[in-house]
Design a binder for this molecule. Sequence first.
Ligand SMILES: [Zn+2]
Length: 84
Amino acid sequence: MSYCRLGNMDSDVYMYLIAENPAKLECCACALHPEGRCVKLNSRASAVGHLLCHIEAGDRVPQYAIDRLVEEIREEFRKEEDQG
Ligand SMILES: [Zn+2]
């Protein structure tokens, strides 16, 4: 499942959930990585931070990718609250 893809008009970033571990994400062919490799992100919160770094660096990051991550973080908090 990807949040945004390279090659889309509005995105310089390709970020997706790691299939084997859906709590973690990967920024593939990351422009912030010195060798342009994939960067692993241990949580959605760190993924949001990573996307903000891309924006700061002048990369195009679609707003919907950030919105979706933030929404999923909210859902996680709601679930934790429900469990008490
Ligand atoms: Zn990146």
